[in-house]
Design a protein around this ligand. Structure first.
Ligand SMILES: [Zn+2]
Ligand SMILES: [Zn+2]
Length: 182
């Protein structure tokens, strides 16, 4: 079996975390990783589900509001909350998320010091307002990187620069990623 790359490895772990999700509208997983010269370490993991002590959507149905289930705490925020709970810093960690974070999770990650997010699926229901808000986070130093099977297919400009790569022209035209317009 081929040895997975680091991107594949951490995304596999995020996918594994997502299998614990208890809101079946979406199974999302997030892994916060700290890369360091002394070795990488996993800071925290999260998946979407009801707050602890609450009934799960799987048991009592969803709590819908404007087309979203508002009971489940999103995977990314659960990972940040886990940091707070166990007393570890997420500052400087990167996030591997199975799905691109929503605005609120972007806010949580950014405020906790996570400035780079890898994801492998686009967030389906992002409004123009959401896109504008995410853009503000990108302006404030947040970066996003869209991976397919561990390969970068799209990213915010700083990521391309850090990879010493020019954004591939074909991807720009084919992709509907809002990231391209940032
Ligand atoms: Zn739900
Ligand atoms: Zn979210």
């Amino acid at each position: 079996m081929r040895r997975p790359s680091k991107h594949q490895y951490y995304m596999n772990l995020a996918r594994e975390a997502s299998t614990r999700a208890t809101c079946d509208r979406a199974h999302v997983g997030c892994v916060l990783v700290r890369f360091s010269k002394r070795g990488d370490s996993i800071v925290a993991t999260g998946y979407n589900g009801a707050p602890s002590g609450h009934p799960h959507c799987d048991e009592v149905g969803h709590d819908m509001e404007n087309g979203h289930c508002v009971r489940a705490v999103h995977a990314e925020r659960n990972a940040i909350y886990q940091c707070a709970r166990i007393g570890v810093s997420a500052d400087g960690a990167v996030a591997y998320c199975t799905v691109m974070p929503c605005v609120k999770c972007t806010e949580a990650l950014h405020s906790a010091g996570v400035r780079l997010v890898y994801f492998e699926q686009l967030y389906k229901s992002m409004s123009d307002d959401d896109v504008s808000r995410i853009r503000l986070y990108v302006k404030a130093g947040m970066d996003f990187c869209y991976l397919v099977d561990g390969e970068v297919v799209d990213a915010t400009p700083r990521v391309w620069i850090s990879l010493n790569r020019i954004r591939p022209r074909t991807e720009v035209e084919e992709s509907s990623l809002f990231l391209l317009n940032l």
